[in-house]
Design a protein around this ligand. Sequence first.
Ligand code: TYC
Length: 120
Amino acid sequence: MHSRRQIQLTFNQNRPHEHADGSTDLVVQEARPALQAPPLYKVLMLNDDYTPMDFVVEVLELFFGMNREAATKVMLTVHTEGKAVCGLFTRDIAETKAMQVNQYAKESQHPLLCEIEKDG
Ligand code: TYC
């Protein structure tokens, strides 16, 4: 345990230099906010000529929590535009989702692929 005397001594050593008028050279600077929102990544689904539409809808329901209607819309956007965003996530989650989809498609012998891209 520190005695009261030792603690007081430490404070005295760190005491800022005082000018004759009682002022010091210390300035106060606003601290930057400690927390910042992490960068987000898009999970993109890519079109191909072979993966059955039903399988793509199933994947969107399974891995991205979409209902049948939303999954069908996204699947059709991929089919007509070449790709579409399935969701926005932090980097680790986006990487995991894309990996899970690619692995599941491969196991099911479909060429379906997802990739990730930094948002913004
Ligand atoms: N183009 C595929 C077909 O005609 C369907 C498809 C949709 C495939 C979306 C991949 O990400 C995809 N069967």
